[in-house]
Design a binder for this molecule. Structure first.
Ligand SMILES: [Zn+2]
Length: 78
């Protein structure tokens, strides 16, 4: 009888998690890993070779292994 009750509770918790539910004690380690990941998201910056403006590497235009802030600066070195 008790084994059946425990089995139903375990299956219930499993289904609860499957549909997006969070169990504080079990999911605690997972959430702290996510927090560490957020702190690691510091974007690298590079300096424009013409005007010296700093920008993130996502915004930089790379031409001949140098980074430029905009097409205007890129045109100046051509
Ligand atoms: Zn520039």
């Amino acid at each position: 009888m008790w084994l059946k009750v425990i089995f139903v509770v375990i299956v219930g918790l499993f289904l609860y998690r499957l549909f997006g539910g969070k169990i504080p004690f079990i999911d605690k380690s997972e959430t702290s890993k996510e927090d560490e990941h957020d702190f690691g998201k510091i974007e690298a910056t590079s300096e424009c070779a013409v005007c010296g403006t700093y920008m993130t590497e996502n915004d930089a235009l790379i031409y001949q292994k140098k980074s430029y802030c905009s097409n205007d600066c890129l045109e100046k070195i051509k």
